[in-house]
Every structure is written in structure tokens, then in C-alpha cells.
Ligand binder design. Sequence first.
Ligand SMILES: CC(C)(COP(=O)(O)OP(=O)(O)OC[C@H]1O[C@@H](n2cnc3c(N)ncnc32)[C@H](O)[C@@H]1OP(=O)(O)O)[C@@H](O)C(=O)NCCC(=O)NCCS
Length: 170
Amino acid sequence: MEQRFVKESRCYKTSRIFPTDVNNHNTLFGGKLMAYIDDIASIAASKHCRRSVVTASTDSVDFLFPIRPTDSVCLESFVTWTGKSSMEVFVKVMTEDLKTAERRVAATAFLTFVALDENRKPVTVPQVVPESAEEVRLHETAVHRAEIRSLRREQSKKFADVLTTTFPWE
Ligand SMILES: CC(C)(COP(=O)(O)OP(=O)(O)OC[C@H]1O[C@@H](n2cnc3c(N)ncnc32)[C@H](O)[C@@H]1OP(=O)(O)O)[C@@H](O)C(=O)NCCC(=O)NCCS
């Protein structure tokens, strides 16, 4: 089984907060941050497996602090755990006050990506090997998160089965 280190998928993205990025509270619009998160997480997944990838799920995005126009926002992302064709990707969102240099973790997220072959079928990915203490901690706790995700997926499928797809005007 091919193996890759966590560090081989690690990537960073740093941005300013422009007026077009904020909500009516003058803090970073949540949807904008979620797009940044999916974007960087997909790059980490692609770097790990060097295949086409799709987002299978996003567990949750926990917004811990508002992000202000006076902050820079830096996202760090890497693959924490691998199944057969799936990869768990962690995203850490850090802010830095550009005047005071104060840094905070403003949000975290776990996403799952699936690698696809040329026929768009799930394909086996290399196993990921953690090294640092943070990587090992995230790797060890991932199996539990994967079990919860699997249960939630079954529930989502059952829920979708009982929902209607008709529009009010039909
Ligand atoms: C994700 C997808 C490829 C899974 O395909 P599938 O035919 O259902 O495949 P399987 O049931 O065999 O699952 C393949 C892997 O994905 C994982 N998976 C599937 N759905 C998942 C979910 N909601 N959350 C976490 N993992 C999921 C499975 O656990 C399995 O992992 P493993 O190979 O490591 O054991 C398919 O559901 C899909 O294409 N979804 C839409 C993706 C998309 O459009 N994303 C947004 C744009 S990128």
C-alpha cells in the first residue's frame, strides 16, 4: 500500500478582507469563508492522492470568532486520515490582527473527499502517515469521526427518501 506523509498535502492560503467579502456586521461573510474552506481542502485532498476529487461531506464549520477587515485570514489544510477511497481533511482558520499581530483560531472544519478514477468511480488512495503531535492527535481521533459520518450518511439518505421534489406551482 502506497503511503504519503501528512506534510505532503499541507497547504496555506492567506487573504485580506475586502469590502465585498463582508456581511451587514462588517465581518467576513460566512459563505465566503465556507468557499475558502472547500477550496483549500480540495487542494489538500488532490495533493494527497494526485487524482480528481469530490467533496463527499462537510461535518461542520465552527465559527469561533468574527473576522474583521483589520485582520488577515490564513487557512491551513491537510489530510488527516484516509479510508479506501475517502480522505478526511482538516482546515484551521487563523486570523492575525494586522496592527497588533494578535493571532486566533477563528474557525475549524473537517471535510471528506473521495478520489475518482477516469470513469468517475471511487478509487483507492495512498494511506496517510502523521508525524507531528497535532497530526497524530487528529489521525487517532479520525476513526470515531468517520463512524459518526457513516451513520449520518445513512440517516441523510433515509431523510431524502421521504422528502418531496414538487414545487408549489406544480
Ligand atoms: C461521494 C461519492 C463519489 C460517493 O460515491 P458512492 O458511489 O456512493 O461510493 P461509495 O458508497 O462506495 O463510497 C465511497 C467512499 O466515499 C465515502 N463516502 C461517501 N459518502 C460520504 C459522506 N457523505 N461522508 C463521508 N464519506 C462518504 C464512503 O465512506 C467510501 O469511503 P471509503 O472508500 O474510504 O471506504 C458520490 O456520492 C458523489 O459523487 N457525490 C456527489 C459529490 C459532489 O458532487 N460534491 C460536490 C462538488 S465537488
